[in-house]
Design a protein around this ligand. Structure first.
Ligand SMILES: Nc1ncnc2c1ncn2[C@@H]1O[C@H](COP(=O)(O)OP(=O)(O)OP(=O)(O)O)[C@@H](O)[C@H]1O
Length: 301
């Protein structure tokens, strides 16, 4: 329902791993948490689920403080850690049934649920494999299955797509859509922006422990659209026409139209029809990753 990270700071020795981090994930919202390796994602996640105390600030899960009402708050949040540890001789399905017992789910029902979830996550052939023998990616998928058992109203997934095959990614996307409809709040971290496209509604960007921007996915896609660089005989006059098609900047003899909202040929046709002499046209793709790196360059340091 609601995850609120409120002015959280954390030091490791002299390193300020988190510097006054604040953001919210609301009802039915799926937020990506994107930053380079070492940006502070896992530290934020560990503080938000209550396994690491912040030096200052707090996290509220449905209004409950994770530092002051840890038990109640953590019951309301499901978590898949970056590197789940399951050093046990239990077989996977048996362990799932054992964990489901904590939530009062009877063994028969738990076995059915477990088989279904693990099969969906591509672990159908490894239901009776000992967890200690699972690879890191398999442990991650197992942790995802386990986080779903008690159906909490909020979720935090740390680099969950990493370790999922294409079928697992589809499973995760469908799950996110279902959660959205149910009004759950979901935060999932990734160091690759294009990985969160198609799943996240908004993206919280973190760099060197600081939040450097929060954008909706449609704002990002808008800004990541291609740019058109045009050399035209009457630069200043062309601006009023080109403004309809994106953000316009003049650079000497060139006009740059970024965030292009139509095809390059439609733009050129209008210029030519209006009597301009178009001398040169170049289109530059701006990928999601470029958007991310530009954001870091502009706001990061
Ligand atoms: N327990 C710790 N002791 C000392 N330094 C730590 C500890 N945990 C994290 N750090 C440091 O804090 C910074 C943030 O790390 P964090 O793991 O939160 O980043 P991340 O964004 O999750 O990166 P990754 O994608 O690589 O997991 C890094 O510089 C990291 O080395």
């Amino acid at each position: 329902m609601l995850i609120e990270v409120n002015s959280v700071s954390k030091f490791f020795g002299r390193l300020k791993a988190l510097d006054n981090v604040s953001f919210k994930v609301g009802n039915g919202e799926i937020a990506g948490y994107v930053g380079l390796n070492g940006a502070g994602k896992t530290t934020t996640v560990r503080i938000a689920v209550g396994v690491l105390p912040p030096d200052s600030g707090d996290v509220f899960i449905d209004g409950l403080s994770i530092t002051r009402e840890k038990k109640k708050a953590s019951e309301r949040i499901g978590w898949v850690p970056e590197l789940p540890i399951f050093e046990t001789d239990f077989k996977a399905l048996d362990y799932y049934v054992y964990l489901a017992g904590y939530y009062g789910i009877p063994p028969g029902e738990a076995r059915r649920m477990g088989r279904e979830a693990l099969e969906m996550l591509g672990l159908g052939d490894a239901l009776n494999t000992k967890l200690a023998a699972y690879s890191q990616g398999m442990k991650k998928r197992f942790a995802l299955a386990v986080s779903l058992i008690n159906d909490p109203p909020n979720f935090i997934f740390d680099e969950v797509l990493n370790g999922l095959d294409p079928k697992g990614i589809v499973f995760f996307r469908d799950l996110a859509i279902k959660f959205k409809k149910q009004g759950k709040a979901v935060l999932f971290s990734s160091h690759i922006l294009s990985e969160v496209e198609g799943i996240a509604d908004k993206v919280v960007f973190i760099h060197r422990g600081k939040i450097i921007g929060v954008y909706t996915m449609s704002e990002i896609l808008n800004m990541a659209r291609p740019s058109l660089i045009i050399k035209v005989d009457r630069v200043e006059e062309s601006v009023s026409i080109l403004e309809k098609y994106g953000r316009v900047e003049t650079k000497g003899e060139h006009v740059v139209v970024s965030g292009l909202n139509t095809s390059p040929s439609a733009v050129i046709k209008e210029l030519v029809d209006s009597g301009f002499n178009v001398l040169e046209v170049r289109s530059e793709e701006r990928s999601l990753e470029e958007f991310f790196f530009n954001l870091i360059k502009d706001k990061g340091d």
